[in-house]
Design a protein. Sequence first.
Length: 116
Amino acid sequence: MSETQPQLTAPRILLSGTALEKVREMLEEADLPDEGGLRLSARPGAGCSAPLQYDMVLDEAPDSDDTVLTVGNLRLFVDPRSAWSLDGLLVDYVTSPVMGEGFAFRRQQGNRGRAC
């Protein structure tokens, strides 16, 4: 009798229209090849009660074990260790007179961005 492997599903990651536009601008400036895209990852903060730390970097191609998602016409690369913690993530690009501008990460559900 063979052992059944659990079915893995791709994480659900959303990007706001503003975030999509900003990432597309960054990709154009970086002049990446057609297989290039945005790599998203998550790592634990300092302790179980700390929020996850999210990282974004432009990448030329996915790694062999990455999940590749398409949002709009943008390719997202997610490594297997980060996939569970990125599920339900909303990436936005915000502008604030006090804080300046940049990407913001919001959890829509689940573990509320906690590592444990």
